[in-house]
Design a protein around this ligand. Structure first.
Ligand SMILES: O=c1ccn([C@@H]2O[C@H](COP(=O)(O)O)[C@@H](O)[C@H]2O)c(=O)[nH]1
Length: 235
């Protein structure tokens, strides 16, 4: 079983390092750096967390013209030691292909897995139909984006745990399914609408779960992490 990925979304780098310092020095973590920290601290945060020995998911959700995304992915690859990184599948086939080319254009990006965001776990059925003007179900849209991502060289997708079984059936079992929107009770919470528990994610076949506030905002963050880890199937 993989480690739960902790989403390090904090107001400041001091808060982030205070959080990490609560864990035993030898505890190896898999952490996600998103826009909030990267826009504050830049590449130095990636280097420091890597120096501390943790695995890194750099979640910048790129969505731009193919050439721009290719160049940006080259730079992400050059950071080195990034295990997972993201684009939006809605950027289309050429953008997905360009993103992978960008990673492969530098030695540091060879082992970085490219994930495509399908429909954000905050998106509801109603928003899909009325705001995005996409008819059909969330499931259809997610599976469509997963197939597009696979056909154009992505290594996996980000979706809710509710769609993982269908994605694996429509692509293949090795196509990575990364699941944020994790809560201990499977009910919409905060800004997340398509929510599952670690147990449901595991049963549906998720390869990784991503957990932020249920750990980072807990009173005892280490205990909260251990509980999620146990429920996910990692003792
Ligand atoms: O569809 C998506 C894609 C990415 N995320 C990210 O995961 C974490 C979830 O944080 P919580 O505090 O556990 O809600 C956050 O960094 C998002 O940017 C997502 O939630 N859904």
């Amino acid at each position: 079983m993989t480690l739960p990925i902790i989403a390090l979304d904090f107001e400041s780098t001091d808060d982030l390092y205070n959080f990490l310092d609560k864990f035993p020095k030898d505890e190896h973590l898999f952490v996600k750096i998103g826009m909030e920290m990267f826009y504050q601290a830049g590449p130095s945060i990636v280097k420091e967390i890597s120096r501390r020995g943790h695995d890194i998911f750099l979640d910048l959700k790129l969505h731009d013209i193919p050439n721009t995304v290719k160049r940006a992915m080259h730079i992400i690859g050059e950071l080195g030691n990034i295990k997972l990184t993201t684009i939006h599948a809605a950027g289309g086939s050429k953008m997905i292909t360009a993103a992978k080319e960008g990673l492969l254009s530098t030695p540091g990006g060879q082992d970085t897995k490219l994930l495509a965001i399908t429909q954000l776990t905050s998106t509801s059925q109603q928003q899909l139909n009325s705001e995005q003007n996409i008819s059909g179900t969330i499931m259809d849209s997610v599976v469509n984006y997963a197939q597009l991502a696979k056909q154009n060289g992505a290594d996996g997708v980000v979706s809710s745990g509710l769609e993982v079984t269908a994605i694996k059936q429509a692509t293949d079992n090795d196509f990575l399914c990364v699941t944020p929107g994790i809560r201990l009770i499977a009910e919409p919470d905060q800004d997340q609408t398509r929510v599952v528990t670690p147990e449901i994610a595991r049963a549906n076949g998720s390869d990784y779960i991503v957990v932020g506030r249920p750990i980072t905002r807990a009173t005892d963050v280490v205990a909260a992490y251990q509980k999620i880890k146990t429920n996910w199937g990692q003792n």
